[in-house]
Design a protein around this ligand. Structure first.
Ligand SMILES: [Ca+2]
Ligand SMILES: [Ca+2]
Ligand SMILES: [Ca+2]
Ligand SMILES: [Ca+2]
Length: 393
């Protein structure tokens, strides 16, 4: 039977509509009988019942069946066993007591074969690496049944309950999916469950950078140990890459050590699905060297702030400006503190770094200057002096 006819017949069966061709001469006034029958299908066996046929002006004397498979039968109610599946045109011809006849046919479907369902994916194959999709996935199910026709297709996602398939399924969230599916035909023949898996990871990995100490004014004051930890939601981290100061990217395996200087650390992770993290860029500045400092007064004889002569000891008469000449290798000078005999007197945070010592004094003292760089390193310089400042001079 050609495919279109079989489809039509299948449709008729599915919708309980029955094909009944216009019967020849069924005008009752002509005295013709009317052929009609019902049937019940049970596997290969069909019971035909023509008791609804009638003859209005006489009676039916013969029921002749053409079972559509090349065999013929007789009787008002008759059983027939078909040898194979198929859709058969079964004709009933009734003859009345005046030898007038009337025929009708119905399509009888013998269907013991479940439908066949296939799936199609869009994109058809994984868009990422290692079998992972990195973009949304559209799933379509196509079911075929040659005989009674497909009634329903069912599917479940990760065993979340069976749902009737009504149109494309879209996977739009990351996940490790198992899709199960099957169809039933109009004779309720059920296909065996089948399944396939989809791995979907659209999320990029991310990396956390741990630094062994905390910074001060954007500077670290010691050699640093840096550890990078990459994470991924689903497929897992495949690799973590880094480079220092614009060099070549390398795979991260263990803690990084950064020495004194201004550095740029760049890093990113890739997950197994092929998603790449956006490049992270960190400026890391390390300065572990204290500033350089020289102070005056230093080894000389000073009167009212002026150095008169150099000497092994430092001798001061009257007010004097204590000056700290400072420089720093990297971070730069932050501030300078001035002390006399260990007592804080003043500070200066911009050059010239100086303080006017104009206090009363009579004897030995220690001038102390502490210079801090912006990383927190400090240099201390002291000068032992004899100072005479009666204040009234
Ligand atoms: Ca008749
Ligand atoms: Ca079938
Ligand atoms: Ca991921
Ligand atoms: Ca420094």
């Amino acid at each position: 039977m050609n495919r279109i006819l079989s489809k039509l017949l299948a449709f008729a069966l599915a919708t309980s509509m029955l094909f009944v061709l216009p019967s020849k001469g069924n005008d009752v006034s002509d005295g013709f009988p009317v052929a009609d029958f019902t049937f019940e299908v049970d596997g290969y066996n069909v019971t035909f019942n023509a008791s609804m046929s009638y003859d209005s002006d006489g009676f039916i004397v013969n029921y002749t069946w053409d079972f559509g498979d090349g065999s013929i039968g007789y009787g008002e109610v008759i059983k027939h066993e078909y040898a194979e599946e198929g859709i058969y045109e079964v004709w009933l011809t009734v003859t009345d007591n005046e030898s007038k006849t009337n025929s009708t046919f119905k399509a009888v479907c013998i269907d013991l074969t479940p439908p066949l369902t296939e799936y199609q994916l869009l994109p058809p194959s994984p868009t990422g690496k290692n079998g992972w999709y990195v973009s949304k996935v559209k799933i379509e199910l196509f079911a075929y049944d040659e005989l009674s026709g497909v009634k329903y297709t069912y599917y479940s996602i990760n065993d979340g309950g069976w749902m009737k398939y009504t149109g494309a399924i879209y996977l739009e969230e990351d996940g490790n999916y198992t899709i199960k599916y099957y169809s039933i035909d109009n004779y309720l023949n059920q296909e065996e469950e089948k399944s396939f898996g989809i791995k979907l990871d659209m999320d990029k990995p991310y990396t956390i950078c741990n630094i062994s100490q905390s910074s001060y004014n954007g500077w670290y004051d010691d050699i640093l140990l840096i550890s990078l930890e990459a994470y991924d939601n689903l497929s897992g981290v495949e690799n973590l890459y880094y480079r220092i100061d614009g060099g070549i990217y390398e795979k991260y395996v263990e803690n990084l050590t950064l020495y004194e200087g201004r550095h740029v650390l760049e890093y990113f992770a890739m997950d197994k699905a092929g998603n790449a993290e956006r490049l992270n860029r960190k400026e890391i500045n390390i300065d572990k060297t204290p500033p350089e400092v020289t102070i005056s007064p230093h080894k000389g004889f000073y009167i009212f702030g002026r150095k008169i002569i150099s000497s092994d000891i430092t001798f001061i008469i009257g007010n004097i400006t204590i000056v700290a000449e400072c420089s720093d290798n990297l971070a730069g000078v932050k501030e300078v503190e001035f002390y006399i005999d260990g007592i804080y007197k003043a500070n200066s945070s911009s050059p010239p770094y100086e303080w006017l010592w104009d206090e009363f004094s009579l004897g030995s003292h220690e001038i102390k200057v502490i210079v801090y760089d912006k990383a927190g390193n400090k240099a201390i310089k002291t000068e032992d002096v004899v100072a005479i400042n009666p204040k009234w001079i």
